[in-house]
Design a binder for this molecule. Structure first.
Ligand code: NI
Length: 393
């Protein structure tokens, strides 16, 4: 069999074209209708069975090899972001205010490329490959919806692999590492209530604005004073609303925030630690606090045994020098939900290339990728599937 990377290089124009078509027509979470149809058309053309998973968007395909064996899943997320693109390329987003600024077009194109490689090599597959094109990653909801609908069953999946593009890693390289890679994601909702009044007569009010400011500052003491400095933790507030006029103290302030952790023990302590600081400060400032802590996503954690296995497979594509490690990131990924159910490894695919102007981070209006990375991404996924089935079949 011709090496998969060589096969991927032969079809790289097609993979780039798919990526550009997707990039031109981005759709936000759970609205990926045209994207899903595009995926179905390509999978159908490859003779891959489409499984109706029950959702309006997102696609599940099943490719049965010529020989019996287990089922390995490959996952890509397909949704875009509500961002106005500021690139000037020929394939710039045609949808106002919507952009593939996280590169999920890249993941989708890589998985479509892998689907073609695997379909063309089905006589070598000892089992089946399930292609999971997942909607709504950006709102932490797509993986949960698909798992609840049973996409890991019928037939049951033995292992799952997925990747995210990374502009900080050169194209032609991939990050493979064991342990925690991306953080757990939780959301906080806080309302501080006092009583309003004239801004010039503060002593006749119970001011929720100053209380909110003190609470925000106080909560950072959990990060710097209450928790082991070697333990990753982020507490951020991204939304704060209270009052309308410059000289009126309002009755309440509403805040929304995010908490990121890796340690399950620390994560489980966070609601009580935060509540205790919030209640103490709010009460000292004659206000009351209503606090809700919602756990959204577990951390992305790659099991060491499966990572060690992946290395041998990925060396065929990237060579030993092309497999790198990186610092874990406090961003989250709902691929973690799949990893809770079946053994799975999440990779960072290199798409960086400063010489080509590929320097912007995810969610930037000028985010872009080095398209030379696409053939490597498609090959990595296909190689893992072929080898997994070969050795576990
Ligand atoms: Ni993303």
């Amino acid at each position: 069999m011709k090496p998969l990377l060589a096969q991927a290089t032969d079809i790289q124009d097609e993979v780039i074209d798919a990526r550009r078509r997707l990039h031109r027509d981005p759709e936000v979470s759970f609205k990926e209708y045209r994207t899903s149809q595009f995926i179905k058309d390509i999978l159908g053309g490859l003779g891959i069975e489409i499984i109706d998973w029950g959702g309006e968007t997102g696609v599940v395909g099943l490719l049965r090899g010529d020989r019996p064996g287990p089922v390995v899943a490959l996952r890509a997320d397909i949704d875009a972001l509500p961002i106005q693109e500021e690139n000037e390329c020929s394939y710039v987003s045609q949808n106002k205010g919507v952009m593939h600024a996280c590169g999920h077009d890249v993941h989708t194109a890589c998985l479509l490329g892998a689907a073609r490689l695997l379909a063309e090599n089905r006589e070598n597959l000892k089992g089946a490959v399930k292609f999971i094109f997942q909607p709504a990653e950006e709102v932490n909801a797509g993986a949960k919806a698909m798992i609840a609908a049973g996409v890991l069953e019928n037939p049951p999946v033995s292992a799952i692999f997925g990747l995210h593009n990374n502009p900080n890693i050169p194209s032609g390289q991939i990050c493979l590492q064991a342990g925690g890679l991306m953080a757990a994601v939780d959301t906080t909702f806080l309302t501080i209530k006092g009583s309003g009044g004239h801004g010039a007569i503060p002593h006749r009010t119970r001011d929720p604005i100053t209380a909110a400011a003190a609470v925000i500052q106080g909560l950072q003491n959990i990060v710097s004073r209450h928790v082991d400095p070697l333990e990753p933790l982020v507490i951020s507030f991204g939304s704060i609303h209270g009052g309308d006029a410059n000289n009126v103290i309002p009755e309440k302030v509403e805040l929304k925030g995010t908490v990121r952790t890796f340690s399950p023990a620390l994560r489980s302590q966070m609601p009580e630690q935060m509540r205790s600081v919030i209640d103490g400060i709010a009460s000292a400032m004659r206000t009351t606090a209503d606090f809700v802590y919602r756990q959204d996503l577990p951390p992305v954690v790659n099991p060491p045994d499966l990572v060690a296995w992946c290395r041998t497979s990925l060396e065929k594509v990237f060579g030993s020098g092309g497999i790198v490690t990186t610092a874990p990131v406090m961003g989250g990924e709902d691929f973690a939900c799949f990893q809770e159910k079946v053994p799975g490894v999440f990779l960072f695919l290199g798409v960086g290339n400063p010489a080509k102007g590929i320097v912007h981070q995810w969610h930037h209006p000028q985010f872009n990728i080095d398209e030379d990375g696409l053939r490597f991404g498609a090959t990595a996924l296909a190689q893992l599937a072929v080898d997994y089935l070969d050795q576990h079949g």
